[in-house]
Design a protein around this ligand. Structure first.
Ligand code: NDP
Length: 248
């Protein structure tokens, strides 16, 4: 029997307690990686992910850290490195969606959304860089809303995901000489607490996909697994849509 593809690799996933991030933690662990992940407030869910991974023979560590706070994200990277050793895979998944018309944003709401969705990615990478070996993988979780915005009240969320897409390309160029790949997975509608597959919003989004359905968290995690693994070594700076054809 061949070894799991990520055996011996060490991964950090931000926002791994629920939704897409939790599924990425489960998938990387089942691929053989030792996984640390952050969460901000969902301790019960984070503990459940750790227990679930352990029950299947894997290894996961939950770290409380608010992605909006560079001190906390830096401490989370340090803790992951202290427990696992230097990192091979960083997945920037933590984000929030404050959906409001532009003129209803308060400065505090705008600053917090930018701090989590953009600052969280930047400061996690900033702290992780010195712990990444040559050939490491950085995978950002952006959104199809960077390229396509069919719903109102989504402009500022789209702004943050556009920034993630641009940062991905610049970082891919910067880290290429070290053989580090940087890619941006852009989900379409995926059934999670952020975007449940029921109600008016879901009924509006579903027919905008070519496949006519919401995606599953496992369908995003499978692509992350590929980008984290040895067979994607020549893929970098890419926006990879996992959107059921939302953007075609
Ligand atoms: P969920 O809201 O279901 O889960 C978000 C996760 O991120 C939770 O684990 C949450 O933990 C964590 N998180 C949120 N805020 C913070 C914070 N400030 N600090 C640390 N962790 C935080 O979201 P999804 O799983 O749906 O989304 C995951 C990613 O996919 C996001 O980047 C999102 O923008 C993107 N995406 C999702 C789509 C969808 O349709 N679901 C579509 C396109 C993109 P806690 O509860 O502890 O805060």
């Amino acid at each position: 029997m061949s070894a799991a593809p990520l055996t011996g690799r060490r991964a950090l996933v931000t926002g791994g307690s629920r939704g897409i991030g939790a599924e990425i933690v489960r998938r990387l662990a089942s691929d053989g990686a030792a996984v640390a992940f952050t969460y901000s407030s969902s301790k019960t869910e984070a503990d459940a992910v750790v227990a679930e991974v352990a029950a299947t023979g894997g290894s996961a560590l939950a770290i409380q850290a608010d992605a909006a706070d560079p001190t906390q994200t830096g401490a989370a990277v340090d803790r992951a490195v202290a427990e696992l050793g230097d990192l091979d895979i960083v997945v920037n998944n933590a984000a929030t969606a404050t959906l409001l018309p532009v003129d209803e944003f308060t400065p505090e709401q705008y600053d917090r959304l930018l701090a989590i969705n953009v600052g969280g990615v930047f400061w996690t990478v900033h702290a992780a860089l010195k712990h990444l070996g040559d050939g490491a993988r950085i995978i950002n979780i952006g959104s199809v809303n960077a390229d396509s915005v069919p719903t109102p009240a989504t402009a500022v969320y789209a702004l943050t995901k556009g920034a993630v897409s641009s940062f991905t390309r610049g970082l891919a160029r910067e880290l290429g000489p070290r053989g580090i790949t940087v890619n941006n997975v852009q989900p379409g509608p995926i059934n999670t607490e952020m975007n449940p597959d029921e109600g008016e919003f879901a009924d509006f989004l579903r027919p905008l996909t070519a496949l006519g359905r919401y995606g599953k968290t496992s369908e995003v995690a499978a692509v992350v697994s590929f980008l984290a693994g040895p067979e994607s070594a020549y893929v970098t700076g890419a926006n990879v849509n996992v959107d059921g054809g939302f953007t075609v």
